[in-house]
Design a protein around this ligand. Structure first.
Ligand code: NAP
Ligand code: MG
Length: 397
């Protein structure tokens, strides 16, 4: 069989535990037989991150920026327990956080829909993609537990000598206090990433916040989105027949519930945190959710939304076969290969990505699926390799 040529590489970021095992299986079963796979390989497994003092993560981020496309396996974010388990020199930061900061990117999460697994909201026949602003607000807040009576003020001291101060509250007794911030440049990057992504997917873009209450704060988000839209994207949206609109978050929630899906929903940091879990749960399973990091200057990193599936890994290490779901990781690969194909005008590669995704969905619709999905539709599940073999067989036909 003639393999599909791939003249330009993508950045390949390997990871940890069960997903590292799946990574190998997917490459061997579904990619290497069909594609002359061309990657720059970065081993982001925790032992190698520790060994390189996390330089490998910074190098991988640089590679995504240079090659414009990356695919990433799930990785362990170290905590105290992992420090002991892996005898780490340091509690290295989350690789996703490092890469997101290096690329100034926004994460878009979208469910993978199949005919067999019905969303819990019956009307949702098309995927809803959540775009979460990943900077600031309560995630970078100053907080204080007010012990007793006293006056809280909010003060700004400008570098040019401007001074602004306002009383937040005159406490008569104990309470709580919090100071939030965000930056225009971060909001603007987020807006650009959202418009660019919606255009790329040919979907409408919704943005919601609470500007009736937070008139300055959420009002700034609304205004920056509107400014970016009018000055940079409106013409392209009009030409593609797409819509952008801003609406109050309460109204958005009601409309989302009544919608059939098929749009990108941009949300502030906290709203996105909450709504992405709601949407993924309603669509069925975290193992059927893809995630792509998009930078405003057009770099893409594809991954699965789930973690390293630690519990399965320990069973696998003990010699058991597991029924871990490889679908989101396969779609991370197909997303990256399709994007490489698009950027290079390599139609055979983009077409292969589509065939691979169709083969996966058809396999599930034919009743062959891993245990997590089987449990959702009352079928019986197969192990991971058997599922991959069934997809491979479909790719041959
Ligand atoms: P997880 O790896 O997503 O797994 C949680 C549970 O969800 C699993 O035990 C499994 O349930 C089920 N599950 C998730 N993905 C599945 C799949 N593909 N197939 C079948 N079942 C699946 O989350 P976690 O246990 O909280 O985190 C494990 C490690 O992953 C942590 O070290 C964390 O730092 C890391 N993590 C990495 C990323 C990333 O790199 N993007 C994201 C999140 C977490 P059952 O055991 O009941 O079958
Ligand atoms: Mg969350």
């Amino acid at each position: 069989m003639q393999k599909i040529p791939m003249p330009n590489p993508i950045a390949e970021l390997d990871g940890d535990e069960m997903t590292r095992v799946l990574w190998r299986m997917i490459k061997d079963t579904l990619l290497l037989p069909f594609v002359d796979l061309n990657t720059e390989y970065y081993d982001l497994s925790l032992p190698n991150r520790d060994e390189t003092r996390d330089q490998v993560t910074r190098d991988a981020a640089e590679a995504i920026r240079r090659l414009h496309v990356g695919v990433k396996c799930a990785t362990i974010t170290p905590n105290a327990k992992r420090m002991e388990e892996y005898h780490l020199h340091e509690m290295w930061k989350s690789p996703n956080g490092t890469i997101r900061a290096a690329l100034d990117g926004t994460v878009f999460r979208a469910p993978i829909l199949t005919n067999r697994i019905r969303p819990r909201i019956e009307g949702w026949t098309k995927p809803i993609t959540i775009a979460r602003h990943a900077y600031g607000d309560i995630y970078r807040a100053s907080e204080y537990r007010v012990p007793g009576p006293g006056k809280a003020t909010l003060t700004f001291e400008g570098a040019d000598g401007t001074r602004w101060s306002e009383t937040v509250f005159d406490f008569k007794g104990p309470g709580v206090l919090q100071g939030l911030h965000n930056r225009d440049d971060s909001i603007r990057s987020f807006a650009r990433a959202c418009f660019a992504f919606a255009l790329d997917r040919k979907q409408d873009l919704w943005f919601s916040a609470k500007d009736t209450i937070a008139k300055q704060y959420d009002g700034a988000f609304r205004d920056i989105f509107e400014d970016v839209y009018q000055s940079e994207y409106k013409a392209a949206f009009d030409a593609a027949g797409l819509a952008y609109f801003y609406t109050l978050i309460d109204d958005a929630v009601a409309r989302v519930m009544r919608s059939e899906g098929g749009f990108v929903w941009a949300l502030k940091n906290y709203d996105g945190d909450v709504m992405s879990d709601m949407v993924s749960a309603a669509f069925g399973s975290l193992a059927m959710m893809t995630s792509v990091l998009v930078s405003p200057d057009g770099n893409y990193e594809y991954e699965a939304a789930h973690g390293t599936i630690t519990r399965h890994y320990y069973r696998w290490k003990a010699g058991e076969t597991t029924s871990s779901n490889p679908v989101a990781t396969i779609f991370a690969w197909s997303g990256a290969l399709r994007k490489r194909g698009e950027l290079d005008g390599n139609e055979a590669l983009s077409a292969f990505a589509g065939l691979l995704e169709t083969a996966v969905l058809d396999t599930i619709d034919s009743g062959v699926m891993t245990g997590d999905l089987a449990a959702l539709c009352g079928a019986s599940g197969v192990d991971t390799q058997a599922f991959l073999d069934a997809v491979y067989a479909r790719l041959l036909t």
